[in-house]
Design a protein around this ligand. Sequence first.
Ligand SMILES: [Zn+2]
Length: 256
Amino acid sequence: MRPYILAEQNHAILRAERWEVAVLPFGATEPHNLHMPYGTDTLQVEEIGRRCCEKAYAAGARVLLLPVVPFGVNTNHLQIPGGLALSVNPSTLLKLVTDLVDSLERQGLRKLVLLNGHGGNELKPITRELHHTSKMFLCVCDWYRMAADVYPQIFDKPGEHADEVETSLGQAYFSELVNPELADDGAATPTRFEAINRGWVSITRPWHLATKNTGLGDPRAASADKGRQLMQVLVERFSEFLIELANAEMDATFPY
Ligand SMILES: [Zn+2]
């Protein structure tokens, strides 16, 4: 039983501690090219959360990992032939977060990190909406933005979805569920609009048109070793933040 994981804890241990920070991870249930499991985002974000909370807890920070939300915003993934993605609307997800924040707040918690592992989950709006009404310090971390600066040192061709990055993490941490020989090259289909292809006009991409077999980015240079290298950076950075956050006093000018 790991004391920093809520789902593994009993009430005797839980009530004996004064928890400073909770981490709520968000995944998704969706296809990842032909070679990775539907639970990829959930498995990844849980692994990252577990390792970071473990390190922070070992350093004395009272940080608690909450259960992963396995359903994400996948409204644009529902026309994939043969697919079985499970989607919730953005407004549903924000309502869920609102209710969970309320639960935690009523029980005395004041610092919550939303650790996101799926691009379709945009969690920032909830921090704005609850800004005046909640006593909770809310912050968002999209793990896939956390270490983009080191990608050139680790990866050949990082992409976006079921790519070299995600496949490497899968090979390192749930290799029994990854079948690299099934992967295609993850080539993206451009839209007819230059502005969209360049990224300064954004849309919700219909995934069945944007991809061949749901992957975006070539996964074929992936390796377990690259996954472990990335994890090391993620754990280093995020656990450091958790420790700082746990130790920070919520005085009048917090977080400044
Ligand atoms: Zn993913």
